[in-house]
Ligand binder design. Structure first.
Ligand code: FES
Length: 210
């Protein structure tokens, strides 16, 4: 196991790390924390791993051409008097964001933020107009403001909640096949909708019921 270590690593050379005193687990932990401790080259062929470079052993293992490498490839080519290479910085889990870009994005977000579509719904029977978010069902509005639309199943099946759209049918959601069928069965005209199914999508809408 001592041969796993790079004998040129500063902590090995100084004796701070003594490979002979380590077990395999401690050695691997040290190497993972400081890759400079690993003896190079690391080779892996067909699932077999080797460290160091014994030319004869590698030749018999995988074959080599006759070109010999120049110098000792296990030591740093910069020489021992050179400053050691800086250890790579560990990646930050939460790197700080660039403030300028965030501010710009925030500003653009404010500019681009789409306005929430709203609809103005008037209940003719009680003479009340309310502004609600697009997508709200008529029965929900009626319940909230006490407009008094009667209902039964709330599933679009009984036809009890049929109302007349006096104005703004173009601002209502499309009829489903079931709503169409139930309204026809109740002999309601094309200007009627089931309040438990119909959603307001925007604009001005006037509803009459009863
Ligand atoms: S409550 Fe039954 S269809 Fe609307």
């Amino acid at each position: 196991m001592a041969q796993w270590f790079n004998p040129s690593a500063p902590r090995v050379k100084s004796g701070e790390v003594n490979p002979a005193e380590l077990d395999a687990r401690s050695a691997l932990d040290l190497m993972l924390a400081e890759p400079l401790l690993i003896r190079r080259p690391l080779m892996e062929v067909a699932g077999e791993f080797r460290v160091g470079f014994d030319a004869d052993a590698v030749r018999s293992w995988i074959g080599l051409n006759d070109a010999k490498p120049k110098g000792d490839i296990e030591v740093c080519p910069k020489g021992h008097l050179a400053q050691p290479c800086p250890a790579p910085e560990a990646p930050l889990l939460n790197p700080p964001r660039k403030r300028g870009r965030r501010r710009t994005r925030k500003r653009l977000g404010q500019l681009w933020k789409p306005a929430m579509p709203k609809a103005n719904v008037t209940f003719d029977n009680i003479g009340l107009t309310v502004t609600v978010p697009a997508g709200t069902r008529l029965i929900e509005i009626s319940e909230k403001i006490g407009a008094g639309i009667t209902y039964g199943c709330r599933e679009g099946e009984c036809g009890t909640c049929a109302v007349r759209i006096v104005k703004g049918m173009e601002h209502m959601s499309e009829r489903s096949v079931l709503e169409d069928k139930v309204l026809q069965e109740n002999m309601a005209g094309r200007d009627h909708r089931l309040a438990c199914q119909a959603q307001v999508l925007g604009g001005d809408i006037v509803v009459r019921h009863g």
